[in-house]
Write a protein that binds this ligand. Structure first.
Ligand code: ADP
Ligand code: MG
Length: 541
């Protein structure tokens, strides 16, 4: 038997681990299953290159709760460890950087924006266990090893009579963590963190079939081949919808569109994003984009990784290239993360463009559900704004949908002001602005219906970026000033006559309450018009 002292300069690391990771105790299970998965996939690789002469078979990772003895077992059929490897990987490697890690951790803990997951790995077991055992047999022909550690720097390492290949981790659950002995708790964690991990995970059994045909079968909690790990060409529309269901079982609305992300250079990223139908449903708002690394769930807080306007989408992003043990502010400055964010923005813009081109009627019918996201994107991401001309739509009150270019074309003959600027009329509410809309339509004007909450910002932006274009509310006082191109000049009076007339009228009309205009109005024959400004009308009301 070997016993020894784990080599750390911090006298006892475990109280520190517990203290600093308090809110995140549950990740121990994710870490141990990740290690079991790694061990299994390593063996798969070694057998495939002929380095391990063993049957890979159809390995499963099993999680068992022994409530009576307050233990959790995590058992894999992976490559296992020899005694020397336990010394090396468990005692030395994991601890060599312990002090450094704790230094780093204390710093980032001050930053409220940190991600709570630190890849603490094996030692995160001590967040919930007062004693941990490793019983492991390597694929190499060597005796099995049994390591035991009670959370102090002392450990023991002996031989074991385990005969089958792989590793069993036994956690002796501490008194303050007994909740982890509840079946429902563990199942919840497995579903949250391990639902799409690449090696099958068994948790208990269930009965299939009835009566004499009834058989007890293993309950496998994960889907090892989720849709996002496949090539887009392998998937049908219905596979995407099914995956949405799998991801959000409580979600009954179908998604509107999906976007398959798949890139391996200059960074690695896969995933599927969905545009949801707009909904007041609370469940809907709770379901967020989930971030994975190599099929291990990390978080559903993708702030800083996905451009802000896309955080309203649903779906999955999987990238090993996103640094996670850093604060949010660092994340935003990280070059890779910036590239990832730009890539996602571009993919969404390209997808919108192709959907628009492939089936415009369908795209128009969904515009109302997606406009908030897209308009927000146009306002916040210059690159997205540049591309938006190809798909951003401007609906009219009578149900037509124009692109910005089409809109300009449609109004250029009929909706200019006296300086030759195009004037885009819009209403925000069809009912309350009904009479103004009707009179504008009578004059042959196009009236847009712009009713999203951020539309005033978008209008400002469009005006700033397009010289000679202005937007006007359909009930604004200057709407009546619009002129058709061919009538662009014309007062029927000479300049002298106009001046005299102006003076006469202004003597007789209460000052400031009316505006006097001496141009002929569109098609009417009136030589001049007196209008009351909008704000005066409101004052009377
Ligand atoms: P990491 O997984 O990041 O390397 P861990 O602390 O989680 O760090 O694990 C340390 C090492 O212990 C692993 O790299 C691996 O070599 C070994 N190990 C842990 N769990 C297992 C296991 N179930 N089977 C085989 N080796 C394991
Ligand atoms: Mg690990």
């Amino acid at each position: 038997m070997t016993s020894g002292k784990i080599n750390v300069t911090v006298e006892n690391i475990f109280p520190l681990i517990k203290k600093f990771l308090y809110s995140d105790h549950e990740i121990f299970l994710r870490e141990l299953i990740s290690n079991a998965t790694d061990a299994t996939l390593k063996l798969k690789h070694l057998t495939s290159i002929g380095e391990a002469n063993v049957e890979y078979g159809n390995p499963v990772i099993e999680v068992k709760i022994d409530k009576e003895n307050k233990k959790i077992h995590i058992i894999d059929q992976g490559l296992g460890m020899t005694k020397e490897e336990v010394e090396k990987y468990i005692n030395q490697v994991a601890f060599s950087g312990a002090e450094e890690f704790l230094e780093k951790y204390k710093d980032s803990a001050k930053d409220a924006g940190i991600i709570g997951h630190f890849g603490l790995g094996f030692y995160s077991a001590f967040m919930v266990a007062e004693k941990v055992e490793i019983i492991t047999k390597s694929y190499k022909n060597e005796p099995a090893a049994h390591w035991t550690c009670d959370g102090s720097p002392e450990y023991t390492l002996t031989e074991s009579d385990k005969t089958d290949r792989g590793t069993e981790i036994i956690l002796h659950i501490a008194e303050d963590s007994l909740e982890f002995l509840e079946e429902g708790k563990i199942r919840g964690l497995l579903v949250k963190y391990n639902k799409f991990m690449p090696v099958s995970i068994k948790f208990g059994t269930h009965t299939e079939g009835e009566g004499d045909d009834a058989v007890e079968v293993d309950t496998i909690i994960n889907n090892p081949n989720p849709a996002w790990t496949k090539q887009p060409s392998e998937l049908k529309e219905e596979d995407y919808t099914n995956f949405y269901r799998e991801l959000y079982p409580m979600q009954f609305e179908e998604p509107l569109f999906n976007i398959h992300l798949n890139v391996d250079y200059p960074f690695n990223l896969t995933g599927i994003l969905y545009f949801p139908k707009l909904s007041a449903d609370l469940q809907m708002q709770k379901d967020k984009i989930q971030l994975y690394q190599n099929q291990v769930y990390v978080t559903d807080n993708v702030e800083g990784i996905v451009p802000e306007f896309l955080t309203m989408l649903k779906g999955v992003i999987d990238s090993p290239d996103i640094p996670l043990n850093v604060s949010r502010s660092y994340l935003q400055a990280d070059g890779n993360v910036k590239k990832i964010s730009n890539y996602i923005t571009r993919k969404v813009a390209d997808k919108m463009k192709s959907l628009f081109n492939e089936n415009r009627a369908d795209f128009e019918s969904k515009w109302n559900d997606i406009k908030i996201v897209l308009e927000y994107g146009m306002l916040s991401e210059p690159k997205f704004y540049e591309k938006s001309g190809a798909f951003a739509l401007y609906p009219t009150v009578d149900g037509k949908y124009y692109t910005f270019e089409e809109l300009k074309e449609a109004i250029k003959e009929n909706q200019t002001d006296k300086d030759g600027n195009l004037v885009i009329l819009y209403a925000s509410n069809k009912d309350t602005q009904h009479s103004y809309i009707a009179s504008a339509q009578e004059k042959g004007y196009q009236v847009l219906l712009l009713d999203s909450p951020i539309v005033s910002h978008l209008i400002q932006k469009l005006e700033a970026d397009n010289e000679k274009i202005s937007f006007a509310r359909v009930d604004a006082d200057h709407v009546s000033n619009l002129i058709k191109k061919e009538e662009n000049t014309i007062s029927k009076l000479s300049e002298d006559e106009q001046k005299n007339l102006q003076e006469i009228i202004e003597l007789n009309v209460p000052k400031g309450k009316y505006t006097v205009q001496l141009e002929a109005m569109d098609s009417t024959d009136e030589p001049f018009v007196i209008t009351q400004p909008e704000f005066m009308r409101r004052m009377k009301e």
